[in-house]
Design a protein around this ligand. Sequence first.
Ligand code: NAD
Length: 171
Amino acid sequence: MRALYIGRFQPYHNGHHAVIKEIASQFDEVVIVIGSAQKSHELDDPFTAGERYLMISKSLRDDGISNYYIVPVIDINRNAVWVSHVESLIPPVNVVFTNNALVERLFRERGYEVRKPPLFNRHEYSGTEIRRRMLAGEAWEDLVPGAVVEVIKEIDGVGRLRDLARTDTFK
Ligand code: NAD
């Protein structure tokens, strides 16, 4: 049995990681779709698909998990055919895991079984909260796997986010 998990992962955090570890232990394989793959260098979407790929693959490698495939998928502006778009890029899957209401709706309408994974410490394990802390100069490192801290430092992710915020104030 193969499961599908979709996210933007801006950035990949401990909540995503806990869910994927759980799914990987229950299914033969997990297909991880990096959504909005075309986006980067924006305040809400600062990291490229390749950077997010590194965050996920290094975090899973550190935990000895190898039964997964990562597939970046760009957005299309037609929700009615988005599931077909995703299907055209991924291996076949039996079950979809998501808490995103639109993703849930679209996959159910195409006949997929959709399961809602548990949310872990949603207040802090949240991309919005992590990006807010980065901009405010507050500690964010405990909210993501160690490998994600390394990737964000390697690419100067916090500096990038601050530059994006600075640019915005001059618009
Ligand atoms: P996300 O990274 O915000 O979340 C991914 C998943 O992690 C969600 O199911 C979310 O509920 C879960 N999660 C978040 N915090 C958690 C926590 N603390 N503990 C456990 N789980 C947690 O990504 P998303 O917004 O769900 O990604 C959906 C993607 O699908 C986006 O990239 C979106 O653009 C794309 N999409 C595209 C189209 C289109 O192109 N027409 C249509 C629908 C969706």
